[in-house]
Design a protein around this ligand. Structure first.
Ligand SMILES: Nc1ncnc2c1ncn2[C@@H]1O[C@H](COP(=O)(O)OP(=O)(O)OP(=O)(O)O)[C@@H](O)[C@H]1O
Ligand SMILES: [Mg+2]
Length: 506
């Protein structure tokens, strides 16, 4: 096996954080190498060092095809054939797809003026080659997160990379898009190239990788051949102990009291006659294929999108929710699937973000109660095991999964009666996922009404008492957890001709 890449002795110290310590990694020509580890293990940091974004501590060595190199910066990394598709999207919303693709690249402007016609042509050719159906003239802000991700992928593939790094590329992709991505990965990998693939989704690791390198707490744990091990062995390497995949028995809902009732909800574009109830202490899961309308329901109930018609009742009282502020005032919290636009302020620290939705509890007559903010922030950070040197850390400096935990902290502090979790474990590692499920269970045990939207069926089945299945903007059926399995959920999710089922609690 020729070694395409070798990293040796890589360490990285941030103020107060030893992110990596003497880490090694090697990538063979022609392979896909998985990179696994819990949230904050150091995966993204290692890849940012490889691609010239961060400078490692002294002593690190990077070898490309047997030659030692010194990756000076991002441009130099590209010249060396090293590209990365980041965990967080990196595009300018107010520029077009084509403009973003060629941003900052030589040859993208003539005499200082960008020639859009040429850019569009180049981008169009690139998408044709990759079999992607994306309009080069669209503005990035108008694309779904998944499509933005596809543009990022196209951008990296266009660099003629030898080594391509994908940092959780599928977090926002549908199953079909993930399949398409895997097709592109297989096309990309030749005897001259290699790819490093980061994901928390073990089925993807199993399917697409040849070998897997595991990091834990910034240290190298080991590398295994994917076909030779079970996924749970990789998970054990990640968390440092045996993990049981045992599902725990579900709790039952004690109360008959309906806390949230939505009746006859319609929106202009998608939703048709959505009616459902959530009881006190109940977790209602929403399943369905991408585009079925689950997030739209959440956004309409939360007042983030306008309703055409439909009534919302809380504790039996009709409430008028027109804006997100109305929803929050009425005790509804929404943990959105897109933490960047909705959830968090990356320039603020953990404690500020945690108390953000509940500021009125943290000031008296205009005086901000800094001590209380610190105490509560600390409590939440401990409870959710946020990996950070302190709660004064800026959010932008946390690893992706730890940012997601702070979104959850924010709504826990707000103490809402109704909580809507939209893809709550996106980007969260396997161990922490289970903690979040337990947290949802605790919250329902405290008598909250909870909605969980998830694309991962095992997750919906794990947390929900009942499951509402959607297809084409309608609810096609409700299933009790005891009767639900992946098959009958999928059946309801793919109902073509809409058969509307009454939304009453069975
Ligand atoms: N710019 C930074 N400043 C300070 N600390 C940082 C910075 N970037 C990362 N860290 C810290 O370094 C550690 C490793 O973070 P990294 O983002 O590499 O983790 P990760 O393995 O990619 O996790 P995730 O699965 O959550 O994305 C974490 O403790 C993180 O908080
Ligand atoms: Mg990361």
């Amino acid at each position: 096996m020729t070694k395409l890449l070798e990293l040796k002795n890589v360490s990285k110290t941030f103020p107060g954080v030893k992110a990596l310590q003497n880490v090694q990694l090697d990538l063979h020509a022609g392979e896909v190498l998985g990179l696994c580890g819990e949230n904050g293990a150091g995966k993204s940091t290692l890849m940012k060092i490889l691609t010239g974004i961060y400078t490692p501590d002294p002593g690190a060595e990077i070898w490309l095809q047997g030659t030692k190199v010194d990756v000076r910066d991002v441009n130099h990394a590209r010249e060396l054939g090293l590209s990365i598709i980041h965990q967080e999207l990196n595009m300018v919303p107010d520029l077009t797809v084509a403009q973003n693709l060629y941003l900052g690249r030589p040859g993208s402007s003539k005499g200082g003026f960008v020639n859009d016609k040429d850019l569009n042509k180049m981008a169009g050719d690139l998408f044709d080659r990759l079999g992607m159906d994306i309009n080069p003239k669209s503005y990035i802000r108008d694309l779904s997160v998944a499509r933005q991700q596809m543009v990022e992928i196209a951008r990296a593939l266009d660099f003629d990379s030898k080594i391509l790094v994908m940092d959780e590329p599928t977090a926002a992709l549908t199953l079909q898009e993930t399949d398409a991505l895997f097709g592109m990965i297989r096309d990309f990998v030749t005897p001259e190239t290699g790819l490093i693939y980061i994901s928390h989704r073990m089925p993807e690791i199993e399917e697409i990788t040849d070998r897997v390198t595991v990091l834990r707490d910034g240290e190298y744990v080991g590398t295994v051949v994917t076909d030779d091990v079970e996924m749970r062995e990789i998970i054990s390497m990640m968390v440092g102990r045996e993990v049981s995949g045992e599902a725990r028995p579900r709790t039952t809902v004690e109360s008959d009291e309906v806390l949230l009732k939505v009746e006859g909800l319609n929106t202009k574009h998608l939703l048709r006659d959505i009616s459902f109830e959530v009881r006190k202490g109940e977790v209602l899961g929403f399943a369905g294929l991408m585009g079925a309308g689950r997030t739209e329901v959440a956004r309409a109930v939360f007042g983030a999108d306008p309703k055409q018609s439909g009534d919302t009742y809380l504790h039996g009282q009709k409430v008028n929710i027109r804006t997100a502020a109305d929803a929050v005032r009425n005790g509804i919290g929404y943990l959105s699937e897109d933490r960047k636009t909705f959830g968090l302020l990356l320039e603020q620290d953990i404690k500020q973000n945690a108390v953000m939705a509940a500021m009125k509890d943290f000031n008296i007559g205009g005086f901000i109660l800094d001590g209380k903010i610190k105490t509560v922030g600390q409590e939440m950070s401990d409870r959710l095991r946020v990996k950070t040197p302190s709660v004064n850390q800026l959010l932008g400096k946390l690893s992706g999964g730890n940012q997601q935990k702070v979104v959850i902290a924010k709504w826990l502090v707000r103490n809402c009666d109704v909580l809507i979790f939209d893809e709550p474990t996106r980007g969260i590692d396997v161990g922490a996922k289970e903690e979040i499920y337990e947290l949802i269970e605790q919250l329902s045990g405290q008598g909250k009404a909870i909605i969980v939207i998830s694309s991962e069926l095992p997750e919906v089945l794990r947390v929900s008492h009942r499951i509402a299945v959607m297809a084409n903007g309608r609810i096609t059926g409700f299933l009790d957890n005891a009767d639900a399995d992946q098959e009958n959920i999928m059946e309801l999710a793919t109902v073509g001709k809409t058969q509307v089922v009454d939304g009453a609690v069975a």
